[in-house]
Design a protein around this ligand. Structure first.
Ligand code: COA
Length: 622
């Protein structure tokens, strides 16, 4: 203790708000350290004001160059109000001014961003209506059920939640499947972050399309990776039969959802289900495999084969209620554990179940932080229309990091990759951001930095804007340089793959070829991966294509063939095409990026507060 107190420099003593009980003066304090040790009440929290520093004091200390000393103080010597320990206001401030030479590029980007943001909003509006107005009317009036978004309002603590991949399922080879027929996301229930998966029965009776399976599997993967309890709102006719060959029986097909339920339970990730509609065939296994299930009277039914099939097989008509209604499953079969007489009661029941999980909700601790010094709206002009419109990435970082402060690592080495530390809403993060081609030096630097973050348990943010393709080597020395770069990139890939820290990737521009793997693309399993609407995801940039590749030596330069190929590649490389296919967790607006990242960091952090004893077996329904 004496040692710790002796770390307090004189300048700080001068700024301490002194205790009215002890009456110590600034000058006498360091001399009276031994006496302090006997002042029991100080360290038992009875002398609350003793070591507290006002904001003004913090400022004074900074001015006097004593900032580092403050952060060396152990937490109990700092009052809970003095959060500066966690937010290093000492990192250098980035210069985020957009120079006039960049103006025309900025404006070109801005025009493009406005167009893609408009399209994004239109698509969001479209999917918010599920299967369309008629289907919603049928669902709510004829079937007396709540629309899936209304259900979420009753289930979650508040209306704001992180919706995952809302544009999944649009423009698929088999047509539009709004939100892939199943809403997924992360929201709070009883103060605990939970993953939810909710079928939208207005989309073909909630039947599962291949993209719907993929969406559910991704939501389960997020639940497992971030240890988030899961809630299923099941209202599904099972497999969408015309596409059965894409739904059964492969490893990543429908059955995997049930397999994951068992594995998640064994991992001590609780799962609760609500039967809030017809759950037929595959749809019936989801609640039955859950640890606890609630069924809603006259709304929820659960069977492997519905009344029409029974009639076809036996000639006998049996009502859905009698075949697999709430009373039957609550009293006879035991497939459900709680009977609810209304939808509202069912969601209240889920909240009660969650409160029995013995989870510690996240403390309501708001980490003191500053906003960036530059407007986030300007990110729209920095979001590159294409790779040639890329501006220095630090302009983007200055609009995302707290106080625009950035502790850069290896600032003058491998400058086409920017690495360093900063904070997002008070959370310390490592930043890895493309700032040009991923050269040999840049890759080595990235590899080093990622390992630092891993050793220090600091989450990493990847800002991806990779170069479309490297030019073919024209000399032996160039070929050697390429080989060296390949080796350095492989080292960074290994570092990224093995870094045992949370990773969040945001594609802010291009996601091209192998550099996207190095920058923690989807196949490198980041905890979350989002795209800006201007993003382009492809092996090659169609705009750089000059000939149609052919087998053999010569490429075709046929104009119409080339035009056709370029058009296709162009369409397939848009952020909307990617998000529709679930190559990401959704498109986010540049100006919302900071908020989304902060939310993800909070979500990831929740697992810190759970005690996870080893457990090898799931809860098995008896
Ligand atoms: N595969 C493909 N399409 C299906 C389907 C399935 N398994 N189940 C329902 N649909 C379609 C219907 O053809 C209808 O399409 P339309 O809007 O183009 O006419 C749409 O989904 C809605 O079905 P509908 O019966 O009008 O709605 P509902 O709310 O009254 O009932 C179900 C929904 C799912 C309960 C009911 O359709 C049903 O029992 N389907 C059979 C489920 C089944 O046998 N699944 C076995 C999977 S292995």
């Amino acid at each position: 203790m004496l040692f710790l107190l002796s770390l307090i420099p004189r300048a700080m003593w001068n700024n301490i708000t002194f205790c009215s009980i002890c009456k110590l003066s600034p000058n006498s304090a360091p001399l009276l350290l031994p006496r302090l040790l006997t002042l029991n009440h100080v360290f038992k929290g009875k002398c609350k004001g003793f070591f507290s520093n006002s904001k003004q004091t913090t400022q004074t200390l900074q001015n006097e160059g004593q900032k580092r000393t403050c952060s060396m103080l152990p937490s109990r010597l700092v009052s809970s109000k003095a959060k500066f320990r966690r937010y290093a206001k000492t990192y250098p401030v980035l210069d985020g001014r957009v120079l006039s030479v960049y103006r025309h590029v900025f404006e070109e980007n801005l025009r493009n961003s406005e167009a893609v943001v408009k399209r994004y909003s239109e698509l969001l509006e479209l999917v918010s209506k599920g299967g369309g107005e008629n289907a919603i009317l049928r669902h709510t009036q004829r079937n007396k059920k709540l629309f899936v978004r209304e259900r979420l309002k009753l289930l979650l603590d508040d209306e704001s939640f992180l919706e995952l991949s809302p544009l999944a399922g649009l423009n698929m080879p088999y047509g539009d499947v709004p939100a892939a027929g199943c809403l997924t996301g992360i929201g709070k229930i009883c103060g605990v972050w939970c993953v939810f998966m909710a079928n939208d029965a207005t989309v073909k009776g909630g039947t599962i399309y291949p993209i719907g399976v993929k969406k559910q599997l991704r939501a389960q993967e997020i639940a497992m990776q971030n240890r988030l309890l899961s809630v299923y709102l099941v209202d599904s006719g099972g497999a969408f039969l015309p596409l059965q060959s894409e739904l059964f029986p492969d490893k990543s097909h429908g059955g995997r959802v049930f397999y994951n339920e068992a594995i998640m339970s064994a991992m001590k990730i609780p799962q609760v289900a609500v039967v809030c509609g017809s759950c037929v065939a595959g749809g019936a296994y989801v609640p039955t495999m859950a640890e606890e299930a609630v069924i809603i009277d006259k709304i929820g039914t659960l069977f492997l084969a519905g009344p029409p099939l029974v009639k076809a097989a036996t000639g006998e008509y049996v009502s859905p209620e009698d075949l697999g209604g709430a009373k039957l499953h609550s009293k006879v079969s035991g497939c459900s554990d709680h009977f609810a007489s209304s939808e509202k009661e069912a969601y209240e029941c889920v909240r009660n179940v969650i409160s029995t999980l013995n989870y510690e909700p996240l403390p309501d601790e708001v980490i003191e932080h500053d906003g960036p010094l530059y407007s986030s709206d300007e990110l729209l002009g920095l979001a590159p229309r294409d790779y040639r419109c890329t501006l220095p990435v630090k302009l983007i970082l200055s609009r995302l990091l707290d106080g625009s402060r950035f502790q850069e690592f290896k600032a003058d080495y491998g400058t086409t990759l920017v690495t360093g530390f900063g904070h997002v809403e008070g959370h310390l993060v490592g930043v890895v951001a493309n700032n040009g081609e991923l050269t040999h030096d840049a890759s080595l630097k990235g590899s080093h930095f990622v390992q630092l973050c891993s050793h220090r348990s600091i989450p990493i943010l990847f800002f991806q804007n990779t170069a479309p393709h490297a030019a073919e080597p024209t000399s032996i020395s160039q070929a050697e340089a390429h080989a060296n770069r390949l080796k350095a990139q492989a080292s960074m890939m290994a570092a990224v793959a093995c870094a045992a820290v949370p990773k969040i990737t945001v594609v802010i521009g291009g996601c091209y070829g192998s550099e996207s793997y190095v920058m923690c693309g989807r196949s490198f399993s980041p905890n979350f991966l989002f795209l800006w609407p201007n993003a382009r995801v492809a092996l090659v940039d169609s705009r750089h294509l000059t000939a149609v590749p052919q087998a053999g030596d010569s490429d075709s330069t046929d104009e119409s063939e080339l035009k056709h190929l370029k058009q296709r590649l162009e369409e397939e490389s848009s952020a909307f095409y990617s998000s529709a296919r679930l190559w990401d967790d959704g498109i986010i607006l540049p100006q919302n990026t900071r908020k989304v990242i902060a939310q993800c960091l909070q979500i990831i952090q929740q697992q810190k507060y759970q005690v996870i004893p080893p457990c090898q077996h799931p809860v098995i329904r008896m």
